[in-house]
Ligand binder design. Structure first.
Ligand code: SME
Length: 161
């Protein structure tokens, strides 16, 4: 059993502790599925107010569903489609306060109202995206984006195999 010391204080503390926990969980392990699965679990357990947390992988320039927590989701997303496809195509984090105002948003779970998608790249290659959904409009802010980008950067070299 793993136990983590995750602060329930500020967002900065929460992401600092999540990063340390993710580092400890994935250090020395190079299996991509195992590391993405544990990352999705950690995020799901400690980030409040989510209805979906997980990964889409870049498989032949198409996003394919990876390890996640939440309801069963769309399996394949072309680059450029939806919020995830926009992150993959642009290489930039997508912070969406209201998914209903995002043209082409792909609704996998009707409960989703806000979304944060962070591209994950290693040595110039897009490996996939980290996707978080929330039922609360405006749930994600710049601190969440920065915190999740740090998680993605730590994970990137550990999810290539
Ligand atoms: N809403 C995403 C699709 C993936 S689900 O949220 C899990 C999108 O528009 O790309």
């Amino acid at each position: 059993m793993y136990s983590f010391d995750i602060a329930a204080g500020s967002k900065a503390e929460l992401y600092r502790d999540l990063l340390a926990a993710l580092d400890a969980l994935t250090a020395g392990e190079d299996d991509a599925i195992a590391n993405m699965a544990n990352a999705a679990s950690l995020i799901w357990q400690y980030l409040p107010d989510l209805n979906w947390a997980g990964f889409y992988r870049n498989v032949g320039d198409e996003l394919v569903l990876g390890p996640f927590q939440g309801k069963a989701a769309c399996i394949r997303i072309p680059f450029g489609k939806g919020v995830c496809g926009a992150a993959a195509a642009s290489g930039e984090t997508q912070l969406i306060e209201d998914v209903h105002a995002f043209p082409g948003h792909i609704a996998c779970d009707a409960a989703s109202n806000a979304e944060l998608v962070v591209p994950i790249s290693h040595q110039g290659r897009l490996i996939g995206v980290l996707d978080l959904d929330s039922p609360s409009r405006g749930r994600f802010d710049a601190e969440d984006a920065a915190g999740c980008e740090a998680l993605a950067a730590l994970l990137a070299p550990r999810i290539t195999g």
